[in-house]
Design a protein around this ligand. Structure first.
Ligand code: SF4
Length: 334
């Protein structure tokens, strides 16, 4: 039986990040953030482990926050040391972390390997230098290429994250980035639509009329294209859309942008909308039964029943059936 994967997320803020990516408000909020204490981290780990079944599960500890290798080496070591006993007992199988492409070198990778890190996610954001420059990322596409090569050469699994809708970004450029991520050997990716967050350069640009974020509809359509490209290449899209932090949920942080709590569902609804066009074009207009993979059931029916409602305009009765003999985007109907 395939083991179920669980992440225990620990957020490590970059307290003194020397960069000024235009979409990020860390300069303003860093005073309010702090790295969790050792006790807090142990508490988070224990609380998660209590809820994760011991049998048939694969647990990874995930240090998120953008730039793990940008914090002091001593702090990195003490954080990694906290996980050691859990790796030894086998309760946690590995560590994953995210960082910038220009903060990786052979020495750091060797240290991370020794501490049981398995997956390194690099914030590529775009592989188009113009977009990187306009976003003041402070690195170029070639830095991501170099970092990806080093990560793979040292035996880690590679994640490459991308953003869509940054200044200068186009659908063509986003598709190019996705294809480069595939070529560079990523095993997984995350797609984040750009949001305008309060107290950022992007907010000022938006208010001055120099930047317009993607609409929700555009972000969904771009993500649909990208998801299909990654699917075809066997690269797992482990996140679509930003994790809803408290600030985003309350509206305190978000100025404007394509934020939606069910962003992934919206994207997959559109993919199934396209797939089901065949069904819509069939001669039958009476009752129809559509079999779909269990994992795709909600997406096939569509967000808010969108796809089913569309089919009901043509068919008298529409029934979706979860079929455990179908996988990925397979379906049958009669
Ligand atoms: S997004 Fe950019 S500015 Fe913000 S923490 Fe990461 S590297 Fe620093």
């Amino acid at each position: 039986m395939k083991k179920r994967h669980y992440n225990i997320p620990i957020f490590i803020p970059e307290l003194a990040c020397p960069f000024q990516c235009i979409y990020c408000n860390q300069q303003k909020i860093s005073g309010r953030l702090k790295i969790p204490s050792e006790d807090e981290i142990i508490k988070i780990i224990e609380e998660h482990l209590e809820t994760i079944p011991v049998k048939d599960s694969e647990v990874e500890l995930a240090f998120f926050g953008g730039n793990f290798t940008g914090i002091g080496v001593d702090v990195q070591r003490s954080l990694l040391n906290l996980v050691k006993p859990y790796l030894k007992s086998g309760r946690i199988e590995g560590i994953r972390l995210s960082t910038r492409p220009d903060y990786i070198d052979e020495d750091i990778l060797k240290m991370l390997k020794d501490y049981g890190v398995r997956t390194i996610e690099i914030g590529a954001q775009s592989m188009d230098d113009k977009v990187l420059l306009l976003s003041r990322r402070g690195h170029a596409a070639k830095d991501t290429e170099k970092a990806a090569e080093m990560v793979l050469k040292n035996g880690f699994s590679l994640g490459l994250q991308m953003m869509i809708g940054l200044p200068g970004d186009t659908l063509k450029s986003a598709v190019y980035t996705a294809n480069r991520i595939i070529d560079l050997g990523a095993d997984n990716t995350r797609i984040y639509p750009t949001l305008v967050i309060r107290d950022t350069v992007l907010e000022k640009m938006f208010r001055d009329g120099r930047f317009q974020p993607l609409s929700l509809e555009e972000a969904v359509l771009w993500s649909k294209e990208l998801l299909l490209i990654f699917e075809k290449a066997g690269v797992r899209v482990i996140k679509l859309g930003l994790h809803p932090s408290e600030g985003l949920l309350s509206g305190e942080e978000l100025v404007v942008g394509p934020f939606h709590l069910s962003f992934r569902e919206l994207v997959l609804t559109e993919i199934w909308n396209d797939i089901l066009k065949d069904v819509l074009n069939s001669d039958n207009s009476g009752e129809i039964e559509i079999h779909v993979p269990i994992s795709q059931f909600n997406y096939a029916v569509g967000y808010g029943g969108k796809n089913k409602k569309k089919l009901l305009k043509k068919f008298k009765k529409v029934r979706f059936v979860r079929d455990n003999g179908l996988f990925r985007m397979e379906y049958t109907f009669h």
